[in-house]
Design a protein. Structure first.
Length: 277
């Protein structure tokens, strides 16, 4: 499926950044949310520091009142300051290091621009500062990298934590189960029309992978108890030990392109930290 962005609902438009790769899928989705009368706007995740992309976003966005960041990874945040300075507004983010101006951003905040209302939902796990943005008028949620339009995301250990990520999926699932959200507008890949189905899949997949990692630890160590097996775990980079995160990746992620094993190791390290609690 080819994803090129476009208009969604009464208020949303996605401008796709030209930074496609194995991790970003088709590129970063920069979301523009506008008042229904096409007045003022809010821009979410300006994306990379690419002049052509930032100009294209500015052309579509018009009168920008604020830039919001789902999280700090550069494919979402690198161009934020330059874009905000171009259009004359601030950057709001959970991490103060990525803010421009005096306004931060956190769980429970509401950004109101005329008849446009954006509610902030704290969804840590992919990173510690990950946020999602709920649009009640559209029954939609913008998830950044917490839920992707295709495939599954990385829990970026050590900044990201699996326990927090599972809690965040449960929080989004509760909104979907109550029909307060029905679609997901992700940070990469196409819009998902079945939010509840996608979150069911994400939760089941993450728990299945955790069970596979646990079994791999037992198999590689030759131990019968998880506690005993974890005592043999060697977290040193490049270690030749029998039980390392890299060996677990080879054992569990055999169905995944080895090009992605480096990213998979971040998630495995998060899973190991979760199991060792």
């Amino acid at each position: 499926m080819t994803w090129t962005g476009g208009s969604f609902g009464a208020v949303g438009e996605c401008v796709l950044a030209p930074n496609a790769n194995m991790m970003t899928l088709d590129g970063t989705n920069t979301w523009i949310l506008r008042e229904e009368d096409f007045g003022r706007s809010v821009v979410i995740d300006p994306g990379p520091l690419d002049e052509g992309h930032l100009a294209a976003v500015a052309d579509v966005a018009g009168d920008v009142q604020a830039v919001l960041l789902t999280h700090h990874h550069l494919d979402h945040s690198e161009g934020a300051r330059a874009f905000a300075e171009r259009v004359g507004c601030g950057v709001r983010a959970l991490d103060p290091a990525y803010q421009l101006g005096s306004e931060g951003l956190g769980d429970g905040d509401v950004i109101a621009v005329g008849d446009l209302e954006v509610r902030v939902v704290g969804t840590p796990g992919h990173t510690a500062d990950s946020l999602s943005f709920w649009l009640p008028s559209e029954a939609a949620v913008l998830t950044g990298d917490t839920v992707l339009g295709r495939g599954t995301t990385v829990v970026a250990h050590p900044d990201g934590q699996l326990g927090a990520y599972l809690d965040s999926l449960d929080r989004l699932h509760a909104l979907a189960a109550s029909r307060e959200i029905t679609s997901i507008w992700p940070g990469h890949g196409p819009v998902i029309d079945d939010a509840l189905g996608a979150l069911d899949f994400y939760i089941a997949h993450r728990r299945d992978r955790l069970a596979q990692v646990e079994q791999a630890i037992l198999d590689l160590s030759g131990c019968v108890s998880l506690r005993e097996a974890l005592a043999h775990l060697d977290l040193s980079p490049g270690s030749g030990a029998l039980l390392t995160p890299a060996r677990v990746v080879e054992h569990v992620y055999r169905d995944v392109d080895p090009v992605l094993w480096g990213a998979a190791e971040l998630s495995v390290r998060a899973q190991l930290a979760h199991l060792a609690r």
